[in-house]
Design a protein around this ligand. Structure first.
Ligand SMILES: [Zn+2]
Length: 144
């Protein structure tokens, strides 16, 4: 899943956070869903090419992939994420985000702890040590 942060226009993709290199608004193609113009929101650079976040006027979002020579490679799904404020319950966070940082055993025990069920203390200690990394990556502070 690809996620564009509402205010910073940073792109969260493959457990990486890519800051935009440009916020230029250009017409970049036609929307697959409604055939109106797509306008770029943000340009992101990776080692292998470019990613362009775009939106049509009916709010359909798409992430367009290009190689380094600007040959179009394909489109991917994109969603906008509203930055969450304050601390968040582990249970309210999407699994894909948690899995980017924590092991399945750590996630299971963070949830168990939150819900007052038995958990392995060792897993929770390990998870706590990773919370800062999670916050840096997703801007979400976990309540643990
Ligand atoms: Zn559209």
């Amino acid at each position: 899943m690809n996620c564009l942060e509402e205010q910073s226009f940073a792109l969260l993709t493959n457990a990486k956070r890519l800051e935009p290199v440009s916020l230029e608004r250009n017409r970049v193609g036609l929307c697959d869903k409604c055939e109106s113009d797509l306008e770029s929101l943000a340009y992101h650079k990776t080692e292998s090419g470019w990613l362009v976040s775009a939106r049509c006027k009916k709010e359909h979002l798409v992430l367009m992939r290009y190689d380094l020579q600007w040959n179009w490679l394909g489109d991917q799904e994109l969603q906008i994420s509203v930055k969450e404020l304050g601390t968040s319950n582990v249970s309210s966070i999407e699994m894909e985000k948690l899995e980017a940082v924590f092991t399945s055993a750590e996630i299971r025990d963070m949830r168990a702890c939150e819900q007052g069920r038995p958990f392995t203390r060792q897993n929770l200690y390990r998870a706590r040590a990773k919370c800062e990394k999670f916050e840096k990556l997703f801007g979400i502070r976990l309540k643990l």
